[in-house]
Each structure stands twice: as C-alpha cells, then as structure tokens.
Design a protein around this ligand. Sequence first.
Ligand SMILES: Nc1nc2c(ncn2[C@@H]2O[C@H](COP(=O)(O)OP(=O)(O)OP(=O)(O)O)[C@@H](O)[C@H]2O)c(=O)[nH]1
Ligand SMILES: [Zn+2]
Length: 351
Amino acid sequence: MNLIEKYGWTNKWEEKMISQGIAGRVLLEHKNLYRVITNEGEWLCSLSGKFKFDHDREAFPAVGDWVVLDRMPGEEKGIIQEVLPRSSQFSRKVAGMTTDIQLIAVNVDYVFLVMSLNHDFNVRRLERYLLAAWDSGATPIVVLTKKDTCDDLAYYINEVESVAFGVDIFTVSSVTGEGIDELSVLLSAGKTGALLGSSGVGKSSLINALSREEVMAVSNIREDDSKGRHTTTHRELSLLPSGGLLIDTPGMREFQLWESSEGVSASFKDIEELADECRFRDCKHQKEPGCAIREAITTGSLKEERYKSYLKLLKELAHIERKNDIVARKVERDKWKQVTKIQRSNYKKKK
Ligand SMILES: Nc1nc2c(ncn2[C@@H]2O[C@H](COP(=O)(O)OP(=O)(O)OP(=O)(O)O)[C@@H](O)[C@H]2O)c(=O)[nH]1
Ligand SMILES: [Zn+2]
C-alpha cells in the first residue's frame, strides 16, 4: 500500500522526496522524538542537529507536518532534516515565556467545532472557536452532536447561523449514526480534520463513529508519559478507513483564545461592516447620532448579546496583548541583569 498516496501525498513534494530523501507525515511528537508515517511504514525519528540552533519553536516539526527524512542505515528509524511548508497551523503561547509559540497541530484542512445539542450548547463559546479557526487557516465546520437527544433542532441551527456566517453545519448522532456518513465525506483521502470542543460533547464518540472500528491504531505516545496528566488516554491521530486523518491532541482539546485580531474581523464581519456605516468614523457606538450599531440593536437586526460578546472579546485580546508585553519586557530585563552580572564579575576578576 502506498501510504503517502493514500493519506494525501501531493505531487508538490514528489521532487523533494526524490532529490532529498524520504518524505513522511508527523503523527505524534513527544520530547523531540517524532513518529512519522512514510511510504515504508511508521518510523521513530529524531531531529537533525541543525534544528538545535534554531530557537524559533515554529521551525520545529509538529503533528500534521510533512517532513523530509534521512534513513538510519538498517533501521526503521530516521532523522528529520526539513519541515515542508504548512497550509494551516494551530499554535499557542507557552505559559510564562515571551514570544515562544507552541504548535499544536498543522496542515489541518477542516477544524470541527464540536458542540452538543443540549444544555452544553453555547453560542458565545462558538464565537471563540470561530475566532481560533479563522486564525489558523483551516476551514471551520460546525458539528452539533447528540442529535438523538434534541427535539428543537431549528432553534440550535438558528443560533449557529446567527454567528457562523457561511460555515457548514452538520448535525450528527454517534448513537444512531445519523449524519455520520455526510460528515465523513469531507474526510476523504488526504484530508485532515481536527476537533475543537469542550469535555463531554462527544468528540471521542464521534471519532469512533467516523472510524467504524476499522481505524488503524496509531500508537499513543501518552501511554508512556509518566506524568499521566490525562486520565483518559485516547488516540491523538486517527487514520480513517477513507484515507482521511483526524487530529485530536490534548492541546487541541485545551485550546484557548490568545491573540487573534484577524480572527475578530472574520468572525464579527457583521459588526465591523455596521461600524463602517456609522456617521462618525470614531464612533464609540454609545450615544452618538447616526450610529449604525445602536440602530441595528434597536431594530433587532443585531442582538445585543452578540455585540457585548464582541466588546468582551476585544477587551480580552487587548488584555492578553498587554500581558504578553509585560512578560516580554521582564524577560528582556532579566537577560540584561544576567549580562551585567557577568560583566561585573569579569571586572572583579580583572581587578
Ligand atoms: N445520546 C447521545 N450521547 C452521546 C452521543 N455522543 C456521545 N454521547 C455521550 O456523551 C458522553 C461524552 O462523550 P465522549 O465522546 O466521551 O465526549 P468527549 O468530548 O470525548 O469528552 P472528553 O473526553 O471529556 O473531552 C458519553 O457518555 C457518551 O456516551 C450521542 O450522539 N448521543
Ligand atoms: Zn456607532
């Protein structure tokens, strides 16, 4: 079986593969060791020495990356030499660090924003997911789960449509299997999906339903993670029988908003377009005459909660930006303290 062909090899990389070594896709990452799927099977790979000099975390391979490897003679092991260009990426700031970014998943075609059709449904949360999705470069798809328990589908669809413009909506039940076929059409050979959604909405059940037991088991690196942070071990990456691929890393599960000004514009296009119609360019949308946003709220074409949620997100993003600035300045200060300390001790030594 030609795995690369089956799982989305594109001709784009063929030349590279021939000229520079073997190409593969990163399935798992753990402490700078990578499990990579290649045409010749799954290999455990380490990083070439040249990565060590690169301080930019974004330059390192991540789950979903296409990489070029060198084979270690006589072994099912390789050394990653190069990371090929990415089409999308989910990343987050590393806690307590400055501008260091941790990649969660890359080359994702579709990000499934999973919410269940019950009391857990939250349209404000969906707005946040959409922000993250638009920022990543992947196409967002809304997946509403537990359809079998819902008796007012129209209400939920309406809610979703009020915030997710032009985004496809799928309603599914992992219990009855309803809607699963329609969803799996998206994940044809070579397509990669990732799941975003809070605990208990049915992500694992959805993966099982999509993979119909036929799923190829991908070894779970977390199993030998002595930290045991995650009580329920689950597959981080599933190869579906269709040849599609599903990413469900703990990182995606814990994904949070950090900074995404571009995402705000894409997710709140309605509000930003209205603001353009305000009479005054610097309208604060409070009591100014000719304010299109106030007008829309009065007539009911813009929901007050949606506008509030927009303001709240803007505020949060500004806060996150400020916080990042403060951390960056502190690290800079500490660095200089260190430098002057060394200079001082050198000076003392000379004396
Ligand atoms: N009725 C119904 N229950 C479902 C459906 N899908 C999942 N559930 C139930 O919802 C609960 C949570 O499902 P999981 O698939 O574990 O949810 P999850 O999102 O993976 O949860 P975490 O692992 O905590 O993130 C389980 O009790 C499932 O049996 C569905 O389509 N219909
Ligand atoms: Zn205004």
